[in-house]
Design a protein around this ligand. Structure first.
Ligand code: SF4
Length: 140
């Protein structure tokens, strides 16, 4: 006999893995996603999911998952706040741009981001940094 878990909650959302945007149902019990299913009424995927969308959810609670930014200080990675991390990035970007110019940068956008996030990324590259060195991974 197979034990069947009854979810406490089912949350409908969008698969985060690629730009297809399949709709998914997260089956949650004790604050853990233990199963992902696909709603049949979703116009993008009609009840289907690829292997990443269906089974690629265990990273959510993986012990190695980063939960805070890390900054390397004296050769060691140390936990930092988001404000510290963003200030560090801004300082380093400013220094690199002053010393080596805009084309010292290259940006690589992600299929895991929304179109709007990727649009903002190219704005950062072109308008703020001043380079056309930007590409995108269409698939993961
Ligand atoms: S990774 Fe697979 S399930 Fe997720 S949106 Fe892309 S095609 Fe759909």
């Amino acid at each position: 006999m197979v034990a069947v878990l009854k979810p406490e909650t089912v949350v409908r959302t969008t698969c985060p893995y690629c730009g297809v945007g399949c709709q998914i149902n997260l089956h949650i019990k004790d604050r853990v996603v233990y199963r992902v299913s696909a709603p049949y009424d979703a116009p993008t995927n009609h009840g289907n999911l690829c292997v990443k969308g269906r089974f690629g959810h265990e990273f959510l609670w993986h012990p190695d998952r980063l939960k805070t930014p890390l900054i390397r200080r004296n050769g060691q990675l140390e936990e930092a706040t988001w404000d510290e991390a963003l200030d560090t990035i801004a300082e380093k970007f400013t220094t690199i741009k002053a010393e080596s110019g805009s084309d010292a940068f290259a940006f690589f956008a992600s299929a895991k981001c929304t179109n709007e996030e990727n649009y903002v990324m190219q704005k950062l590259a072109r308008q703020v940094i001043g380079t056309h060195n930007i590409d995108h991974c269409a698939r993961l």
